[in-house]
Design a protein around this ligand. Structure first.
Ligand SMILES: *Cc1c(COP(=O)(O)O)cnc(C)c1O
Length: 434
């Protein structure tokens, strides 16, 4: 294809030639990294395919059940497929799990009893868990049920603080929570190997402690999953990586048989557990989304790395930085001010396939303690494996950028955000000319 054709199609899309060319310059130095990402995707694609074949996924699995949902072949087989992929004894993968927070709340409340203590060893957990735990008071929190909470901060360099953990573990510590992705915190995301070391360390201090990993945004980024490293449970959302952009709702909990059973008893009812839960017509999306997920995750990763390199080149603080290894699909960019953050999100929204004509407005989203702005012109509402950006409207005005179910869309979205920053006068066009 002629360069001119590409410049023309980007221009038609509202992206000026200087912005397009700036992107091409940045991409030149990313070729080797992108090919590494493709190799991880290739490995994970075969892992998923092999699990589907091993468990004899059949056309009948793609149908749904109604009512109680007894003997739902699709649901039962999918849970076996998840268990194989994540290297666990069992799995709970359900549309009745409404989101990632819900999956985490189920995992925590099923494992913790009155008098137990929960210890987070990766600092303050994801915002919405504050109410689940009772860090911020809430009806029905773990705290209300007599489960106490302790926290060990990460060291300033982002690694775990072994001394702090040793000091915080006590006879009541029942479950240790590890969050793989940084979420809305300014810290590193953790590699699967590091998580494995953390698990061995805490189990060496207290052998019967349970470890739960919040795996949100981390699935298929590496060759292995934290659940293969001795975690008792790993938990995530299907409208992030493992749903591949197709799952329209849902969450999963994979892990030890006993833990998954307890989680199922908490989700449905004691005695019923995994036996009930109609899938209605949703099974096909779950299978097909899981099948696509390794490649979709790779697209999102490329988008994150591209964004990091673009904004780093323009002098913004980015986390992870342009050259760092990746352990999740989130990219943070510090905009330092309200206007710049809103402008970035406006640009991402303008590149969406759905609702590109609207301007994202900040709002007080349930579960968050400040206003949040979200750019999400997605097919599935709130899906953050699709190209999306969000940011709490508070210092330092970080945008958290993620997703892109195809790489060309992620690329176009990032270039469109840069175009928007120029249009809104936050950057000058001459800054993007090499
Ligand atoms: C997204 C996310 C959650 C919560 O998931 P929701 O689906 O938004 O409820 C929890 N932890 C982390 C690290 C996340 O990224």
């Amino acid at each position: 294809m002629q360069i001119l054709d590409k410049i023309n199609i980007y221009s038609a899309f509202g992206i000026r030639p200087s912005v397009y060319e700036f992107g091409e310059k940045i991409l030149e130095k990313l070729k080797a990294r992108f090919s590494q990402i493709d190799e991880v995707a290739e490995y994970n694609q075969l892992k998923v395919l092999k699990a589907m074949q091993e468990h004899k996924v059949s056309e009948a699995c793609l149908m749904g059940s109604t009512g109680y949902g007894y003997n739902d072949l699709g649901r039962e087989t999918l849970e076996k497929v998840y268990a194989s992929i994540f290297g666990t004894e069992d799995a709970l993968v359900r549309p009745q799990i409404t989101c990632g927070t819900h999956a985490l709340a189920i995992a925590l409340s099923s494992a913790l009893h009155p008098g137990d203590e929960l210890l987070s060893i990766t600092g303050r957990p994801y915002d919405t868990l504050e109410e689940v735990i009772g860090i911020r008071p809430s009806k029905g929190s773990l705290k209300e049920y007599g489960v106490s909470y302790a926290e060990a901060e990460l060291l300033p360099d982002g690694h775990i603080d072994r001394e702090a953990i040793a000091a915080k573990i006590n006879e009541r510590t029942r479950l240790i929570a590890i969050q793989r992705s940084k979420g809305y915190a300014e810290r590193r995301s953790l590699s699967v190997d590091e998580i494995g070391e953390m698990i061995s360390f805490v189990k060496s201090l207290k052998s019967d402690v349970l470890v739960m990993v919040d795996n949100c945004y981390g699935e298929f980024v590496e060759l292995h999953e934290p659940s293969e490293m001795g975690a008792d449970m790993a938990v995530g959302s299907l409208i992030k990586n493992p749903g591949g952009g197709l799952a329209s709702v849902g969450g999963y909990i994979v892990g030890k048989k006993e833990c998954v059973e307890r989680a199922a008893y908490r989700l449905t009812s004691p005695g019923l557990g995994k036996e009930v839960g109609a899938t209605l017509g949703i099974s096909r999306e779950f299978y097909q989304g899981l099948f696509l997920s390794p490649v979709v995750t790779a697209s999102a990763l490329k988008g994150a790395i591209f964004a990091a390199n673009i904004y780093e080149e323009l002098g913004f603080k980015v986390l992870p930085d342009g050259g760092e290894d990746r352990h999740d699909i989130i990219q943070a960019v510090t905009f330092g001010g309200r206007e710049a953050l809103l402008s970035f999100c406006k640009g991402i929204q303008a590149a969406a396939p759905v609702d590109s004509h609207v301007t994202p407005e900040p709002w007080a989203m349930p579960g968050y303690d400040s206003e949040v702005v979200m750019a999400a012109g997605s097919f599935v509402s709130g899906s953050s494996i699709e190209l999306s950006a969000d940011g709490p409207l508070k210092e330092p005005y970080n945008a958290y950028f993620q997703g892109g179910i195809t790489w060309p869309h992620a690329k176009a979205g990032i270039l469109r955000s840069l175009e928007q920053l120029i249009r809104d006068g936050i950057l000058e066009e001459k800054q993007v000319v090499f």
